[in-house]
Write a protein that binds this ligand. Sequence first.
Ligand code: MG
Ligand code: ZN
Length: 204
Amino acid sequence: MHPLAWIVQPPDPVAHRRPALFLDRDGVLNENRADYVRTWQQVVILPGVLTAMQRLAASPFAVVVVTNQSAVGRGLLSRQVLAAINQGIVREVQQAGGRIDAVYACPHTPEAGCTCRKPRPGMLLQAARELEIDLARSWLVGDAVSDMQAAAAAGCRPVLVRTGRGMKQALGLALHGLHHVPVRADLAEAVNWILAGAAPVNAE
Ligand SMILES: [Mg+2]
Ligand SMILES: [Zn+2]
């Protein structure tokens, strides 16, 4: 079982391995919905996201979305509509001067036992192979404990945001041994913090 993958911008074949900023989708880029985002009309980009994506575009980070979309496995969302939603988000970001280099989506249900559904690290590991990413210098911004666990399993650094499910999920961090995870208000704050030098991104 593999994740669905859309590589928008393949890596430069002669460049060194680069760090990535992995982004969860629902609750980080767009509003989370308890009954899943099932149409493009239901995509509501969160405040400050487009500006943050514009800042990121000028950084050395590969920008990679990694999203669990079990609505596909549950028969509630077709792969075609999921692709259209993801492409719509990529387009909105591009039109605002931002960049998304790739989108990975796990279409499986929790019961399927795949290796790509977060908290497992399959999507991050596949992205690292396909996009020449150095996981140790990479970050994952998410709104759920499972995102933080996927980051830890892949060997990259987690940041929780309080948007989406994040406010409630932040309360559960300590319970899962994740008390060290930094928490930021939203994607804009997380991106500013990371770009301000939370990570030595140019270190070899
Ligand atoms: Mg989320
Ligand atoms: Zn999966």
